[in-house]
Ligand binder design. Structure first.
Ligand code: AKG
Length: 289
């Protein structure tokens, strides 16, 4: 059966659920597209792994009880890195690049091309998992990101290797309403600073990710894009901010971490997040309410 693929292409009148998928929207002339095609062949070496300063380090907590998580993080809407809660997931031992070739190699998935979805030259295309792995994971000449894709609905076999974190039962929504997305890419993928309308558990299966978070209370210091499509995405490049253009960005209080395999980051509703992969990386996100 045809997979339930949904490209996060140019959004229609309704806003896409997440910030992704907007920048490349809009019409482009052929020459611009050709230029984009050439640009995306060139991969700029990503900067090294940043050092997280102690004053901005996110708290870590190991296997908190439901009550502890609810009272200290969910109700006050404080982000936290949870440890020890996915060690038992079969994916932690099973998943590798080779494994994806075996179980999903022939399946077609949407891939984002270009470093970040706010770049002009960003685009998306459909390709098989085998082609994605050959072109963007094994040969890292340019950045391709299998991002925000409901891979587990497409390939239910993979769903057996993960489970919905117990803490989601603290929400008011039904389990069926939880959106589970896969994020698979090489070193150097960047999700620009943006916010989403649901709570999120971002579980790291392999590879590391550098994550910066800012409270929704700092929104005005983060210069969201104007207009409907990208208003949940900041104009500021977190790792190289233009402080002349965005002077109040220095007032925004950052929390950060290097998310390691086996760790799960709780990102409260509307918390701004910026994420750069430091290795070949696979994450699973759970959006819940
Ligand atoms: O890991 C990433 O690149 C982005 C994840 C994200 O934005 C999300 O889970 O909402």
């Amino acid at each position: 059966a045809a997979p339930a693929l949904r490209l996060r292409g140019p959004p229609g009148p309704a806003r896409p659920r997440s910030g992704r998928g907007g920048a490349a929207a809009g019409s482009r002339g052929g020459s611009r597209l050709r230029r984009a095609f050439l640009l995306q062949r060139v991969r700029v070496d990503p900067p090294p792994a940043p050092v997280v300063q102690p004053e901005e380090a996110l708290p870590h907590v190991r296997c908190p009880s439901l009550e502890h998580f609810r009272d200290n993080y969910l109700i006050p809407q404080q982000p936290v890195v949870l440890e020890g809660i996915i060690d038992h997931w079969p994916c932690m031992k099973k998943w590798s690049v080779d494994y994806f070739c075996q179980v999903a190699g022939c399946r077609t998935v949407p891939v984002e091309l270009g470093s970040r979805y706010t770049d002009e030259e960003w685009s998306q295309k459909l390709m098989t998992v085998n082609d994605f792995i050959n072109q963007y994971i094994v040969n890292e000449n340019s950045v391709g990101y299998l991002a925000q894709h409901q891979l587990f609905d497409q390939i239910p076999e993979l769903k057996e290797d993960i489970s919905i974190p117990d803490y989601c039962c603290l929400g008011e929504g039904e389990e069926d309403d939880i959106t589970i997305n896969a994020w698979f890419g090489p070193e150097g993928t960047i999700s620009p600073l943006h916010q989403d309308p649901q709570q999120n558990f971002l579980a790291q299966v392999f590879g590391r990710k550098y994550v910066c978070l800012y409270s929704p209370q700092d929104s005005e210091n983060l210069y969201p894009h104007e207009g409907q499509i990208l208003h949940n995405t900041s104009q500021v490049d977190v790792e190289d901010p233009d402080l002349n253009k965005f002077p109040n960005f220095r007032k925004a209080a950052r929390q950060s971490c290097i998310l390691m395999p086996g760790q799960v980051l709780f990102i409260p509703v509307k918390y701004w997040h910026y994420i750069r992969s430091l290795d070949i990386s696979f994450s699973v996100s759970f959006w819940w309410s």
